[in-house]
Design a protein around this ligand. Structure first.
Ligand code: ZN
Length: 247
């Protein structure tokens, strides 16, 4: 059945599996195994892996082969710097272009996100929330926006998979609807600002584990900075205070 898949189709299968986190960051992609699975030559698989490495979603290591990319914290900062620049520009362009109109494609997309959220379908929600950003870029009809955004969104997905496997989506609820509303209202400044804030929230929502060092801030880690002067307050007084505030 897979014997007739074109290079493009194989590329899309691998790309989607990475995007949907069925192939997590760091997974080795053996040319031989992929060639067996897709019933094609290793030469064809090699070409497809080269293309995926240009898209940055896989990394090629000399003599070790291909691996699903594992974005570092530095990569993540770089990705979001580019996303902020691109997506603010997209938000500005769309709000100038569509002021006073309803954008049916975006409304339909928001409905699908809401359905996936209501159904608790985390895989679909992760895919849809990423696609929302690509969809905005596509509507500009500038392929350089949409191609680059697709790449950035895929890398963001890998970073989420790598650092924050519990979070299905880093896009907070309602913020996409707010962006669409600002664009449709033609409120250029607001659309740009809430896009920027949304991306800040997404970036902050990705929990990067801190690596240990000699000068760890124990006060912060153990939340001791705002410690109450408990020793100065007699237990009875504390109880009274608590009781008073509860009424
Ligand atoms: Zn989002």
């Amino acid at each position: 059945m897979t014997a007739h898949l074109s290079n493009q189709e194989i590329y899309e299968r691998i790309y989607t599996a990475i995007n949907e986190r069925r192939l997590p960051p760091g997974t080795k992609l053996s040319e031989e195994r992929l060639a067996q699975a897709f019933h094609v030559s290793r030469t064809r698989i090699h070409e497809i892996l080269m293309r995926l490495s240009h898209e940055l979603v896989i990394e090629l290591h000399l003599n070790r082969g291909a691996f699903v990319a594992s974005p570092t914290p530095r990569d993540l900062r770089d990705i979001f710097a580019v996303r902020r620049a691109l997506e603010r520009a997209v938000a500005i362009e769309l709000s100038e272009k569509f002021a006073g109109q309803t954008i049916a494609a975006l409304r339909a997309h928001l409905d699908n996100e809401a359905k996936a959220r209501a159904a608790g379908d985390k895989v679909a929600l992760a895919r849809l929330t990423g696609e929302f950003h690509v969809r905005l870029a596509e509507i500009t009809e500038n392929r350089l926006f949409s191609d680059n955004l697709r790449r950035m969104v895929a890398l963001t997905g890998l970073a989420i998979a790598q650092y924050d496997s519990l979070a299905s989506s880093a896009c907070p609820q309602h913020e996409h609807a707010d962006i669409v509303a600002a664009i449709e209202a033609g409120d250029v400044r607001r659309a740009e600002r809430i896009m920027q804030e949304h991306l800040d929230h997404v970036e902050r929502g990705i929990q990067i584990p801190i690596s240990g060092s000699d000068d760890m801030d124990f006060e912060q880690i153990f939340q001791l900075r705002h410690k109450l002067p408990a020793d100065d307050v007699p237990p009875a007084a504390k109880r009274k205070k608590k009781g008073a505030s509860a009424t």
